[in-house]
Ligand binder design. Structure first.
Ligand SMILES: Cc1cc2nc3c(=O)[nH]c(=O)nc-3n(C[C@H](O)[C@H](O)[C@H](O)COP(=O)(O)OP(=O)(O)OC[C@H]3O[C@@H](n4cnc5c(N)ncnc54)[C@H](O)[C@@H]3O)c2cc1C
Length: 435
């Protein structure tokens, strides 16, 4: 466990030598890369983590932290952040789901394996927190160092030997390491260099988000919306969210799944502006209250880049397309994969058997693969507005059913369940073939 209190204080990092040696090179210091670096450094490994940006930096996101993220924060020793006591972090009780004319409040489930609360933090704050936690654990963070590609041990490129970088001043160099963790996000370069392409049969989404000042920023619920309307009451495509933040703003966003007919054929910014105008009366989402620009980003889902290990390079988080297809949550999966990658890499550095790294791919698929197969079916179904309308009309009024759906979509059950709902959900995941 990484022990430290957080810390938005600046930390200086020594510049990298043109040739730097490490046990592990981590590409990207988002939640996946920073968590991997923190866990490996806490295990005594010499880690260099490179990011093209300087922290704090923005990242297009809903800023929602589910109980799965809270558990990862606790595991990293970030208790104040997990409990919403640190500046920039807020906690909420659960989800308020809006569908048709109904709104239902669903507290995060009470489980043995998971915290019963969630939170929010802007990615400026959240990612800085994790990057600093990695440094405090002993990782060397090189900011404004863009990785340009892997370095190979031999001309046949059978095995990685590190990564090459270019910094903001145009200096170049390499970090030589026997293992590389690629946590460079949805558009990062590592997958491309490895020849990994997106599996187009797997779902993805594109989402847009914006911030608004709102007197409702202290709400104890995050809100999600199954149907969106504009100011004239016209139905709009997509699903939306309003997540309250600690700084007096709300994060308002919407996304469209690749399984929906309008995917790629609409203006996401336009949709968000129309929806915001439609709910300005309730949420104060007027142009005057908007902070910053509307921004969009891809959400790669259901392991849409595989294999997750090859030639000494492990893909973590969005780099491996690890977002949950059922709810668009990616932070926790990046952090969980990072924790697992750190365990496997640490073991492999001791055994010096590269093939031991395959355990990472196997273990992730074993843990999450069945659930993601269900997620793919789910996205096919909800991509059809007729199915969604039936679910909203007939499902929304029934609280027990909505609680089950909420648990399923949030991927929150106990391993050894005492509750019949968990038994059903765990069995479904086990029966589904791993993605
Ligand atoms: C609109 C939107 C809303 C979302 N809402 C939520 C939400 O509410 N909750 C949730 O859990 N998830 C949400 N997600 C998904 C979530 O943002 C991602 O799953 C998560 O950020 C993945 O973390 P990561 O560490 O894998 O990648 P990233 O967070 O993308 O981090 C990758 C890092 O790699 C760095 N990098 C890239 N290229 C290079 C390079 N060449 N060299 C060095 N560094 C490089 C980047 O600068 C970045 O810091 C949302 C996504 C979008 C687009």
């Amino acid at each position: 466990m990484v022990t430290s209190t957080m810390v938005a204080s600046p930390m200086t990092a020594a510049p990298l030598d043109p040739v730097t040696h490490a046990d592990v090179a981590v590409v990207g210091a988002g939640p996946g890369g920073a968590a991997a670096a923190a866990h490996l450094a806490a295990r005594g490994r010499d880690v260099v983590v490179l990011d093209k940006d300087r922290f704090p930096r923005d990242k297009v996101c809903g800023d929602g932290l589910t109980p799965r993220v809270i558990r990862e924060l606790l595991d990293l020793g970030l208790h104040d952040e997990a409990h919403g006591r640190a500046e920039g972090f807020a906690v909420q009780r659960g989800l308020r789901i809006h569908g048709g004319s109904v709104a239902m409040e669903l507290p995060w489930p009470e489980l043995d394996d998971w915290p019963n609360w969630g939170g929010t933090a802007t990615r400026r704050v959240f990612d800085l927190t994790l990057a600093r936690a990695a440094q405090r654990a002993g990782a060397r963070l090189a900011e404004q160092h863009a990785v340009t590609g892997p370095v190979w041990r031999d001309p046949s490129q059978s095995r990685v030997a590190g990564v090459a970088w270019r910094d903001a001043e145009g200096r170049t160099g390499v970090v030589r390491a026997p293992v590389v963790i690629a946590a460079d996000g949805a558009g990062g370069p590592m997958g491309k260099h490895l020849g990994i392409t997106r599996r187009t049969e797997r779902p993805m989404a594109v989402a847009a988000r914006s911030y608004y000042r709102s007197s409702r920023a202290d709400e104890p619920w995050i809100s999600s919306f199954l149907d969106l309307t504009d100011a004239d009451g016209q139905l709009l495509s997509g699903y939306g969210w309003v997540f309250p933040l600690d700084d007096g703003t709300i994060n308002v966003g919407l996304g469209l799944l690749s399984t929906s007919a309008e995917f790629g054929a609409v203006s996401y910014r336009g949709l968000l502006e129309s929806w915001s105008a439609g709910m300005a009366g309730q949420w104060e989402t007027t142009p005057a209250n908007r902070v910053g620009a509307v921004k969009t980003g891809p959400i790669p889902m259901g392991f849409n880049k595989t294999p997750l290990h090859q030639r000494g390079v492990l893909l973590v988080g969005d780099a491996g397309g690890m977002v949950n297809p059922m709810n668009g949550e990616g932070i926790s999966y990046a952090m969980e994969a990072a924790r697992l990658a750190a365990e496997v890499v640490d073991h492999t550095l001791s055994t010096r058997r590269t093939s031991d790294l395959d355990a990472y791919d196997r273990a992730l698929r074993e843990r999450i693969g069945g659930y993601y197969t269900l997620g793919r079916i789910f996205t096919e179904l909800v991509g059809d507005p007729r199915v969604m309308r039936i679910c909203t009309t007939y499902g929304m009024p029934y609280r027990p059913l909505m609680r089950l759906v909420f648990k399923m979509m949030a991927h929150l059950t106990d391993d050894r369940p005492a509750d019949a709902k968990d038994v059903i959900l765990n069995s479904l995941q086990r029966l589904a073939p791993a993605a």
